[in-house]
Write a protein that binds this ligand. Structure first.
Ligand SMILES: [Zn+2]
Length: 310
């Protein structure tokens, strides 16, 4: 009896030891339940689930369809983080609340920041309490397949650290996901090289990383944060820009800025096409089985039309 209690206690301590020590990971016993991973926004959820497969039990604390930029963790979310074997998030520039959440959860929680983004000054540092603003780094890195691959590799390595016996599974799953991302990257190069229009008019300036390799700028109704309201000056500037450059399309994400997008399109006689930042899925998209890849392919079609690509 005493021995059984000791084993249980050791089991709990063992998990804690894995969580706080990267130097000496303790193997998870074969009979242990799946590794419990807590994640945040959709790219972290999708990439983690693909790499973790059946070996992980995944909880996302950011609800489907939420305005991801506005999310603030509730006490129950903080409790979930404190009990996780691993926390996967995208970036301190997106989940600006994460460092405080991890601090309140204590030092024993292992967390991986999947994207390592440098801000405009080449440093990473403390943010104010209001999310990322104009003068800060663009956190929408997952929209660039090359940067998405780096995220997948960091998630894979973190999973191996908490569950070393899953190494073969995690490596095989990551390899197949990376192959899909490489294939997407080559589809993008083919679709977006040499486009006639050099500015994408978008509802939210989430596409810097996606467009950076193709010499295309973005003009957004909202800046880096989706919920910022467009000023009359911004709207006037975009209308002028569209008329000057002969831009015939406004690229709009679901839910956000819908009325304003429609109004601008009508003013200029432009067409609205979907362009999705993928920081969330709507409930309808989740129910329809949409994924990162199906939505990225639709994004590509919209961009090809809007930018008048060959
Ligand atoms: Zn965004």
């Amino acid at each position: 009896m005493a021995r059984l209690v000791l084993l249980v206690v050791f089991g709990v301590l063992g998990l804690t030891a894995i969580a706080c020590s990267s130097a000496k990971p303790t193997p998870v016993p074969i009979s242990s339940p799946a590794v419990h991973v807590v994640t945040t926004i959709y790219p972290a959820v999708y990439f983690t689930q693909r790499v973790g497969g059946d070996r992980i039990r995944l909880t996302s604390i950011v609800p489907t369809g939420a305005h991801a930029h506005d999310f603030e963790p509730r006490p129950s979310d903080l409790a979930a983080i404190s009990k996780a074997d691993l926390v996967v998030y995208v970036s301190e520039f997106f989940e600006t609340w994460m460092s405080r959440a991890l601090e309140s959860a204590g030092s024993s929680v292992m967390a991986v920041e999947a994207a390592h983004i440098e801000d405009e000054h080449g440093t990473t540092g403390e943010k104010d309490g209001h999310g990322h603003g104009h003068d800060q780094a663009d956190p929408h890195v997952w929209l660039n397949p090359h940067e998405a691959i780096e995220m997948v590799e960091r998630i894979r390595d973190a999973l191996i650290e908490v569950d070393p016996e899953g190494r073969d599974t995690f490596e095989a799953n990551a390899d197949s996901l990376i192959a899909e991302l490489e294939s997407l990257e080559s589809r993008m190069s083919q679709a977006l090289e040499g486009c006639r229009i050099k500015t994408a008019v978008v509802s939210h300036e989430a596409y810097g990383h996606l467009l950076e390799d193709f010499g295309v700028e973005q003009a957004g109704l909202s800046g880096l944060e989706a919920e910022e309201a467009a000023s009359p000056a911004t709207i006037a500037r975009i209308v002028d820009l569209m008329r000057e450059q002969g831009i015939r399309h406004v690229l709009a994400e679901p839910v956000v800025n819908e009325k304003l997008v429609a109004q601008i399109a009508e003013t200029v006689g432009a067409t609205v096409l979907p362009l999705h930042p993928l920081e969330y899925l709507t409930s309808a998209e989740a129910a329809a089985g949409s994924t990162y890849f199906t939505i990225m392919d639709r994004n590509l079609e919209s961009l090809q039309t809007a930018l008048d690509c060959p």
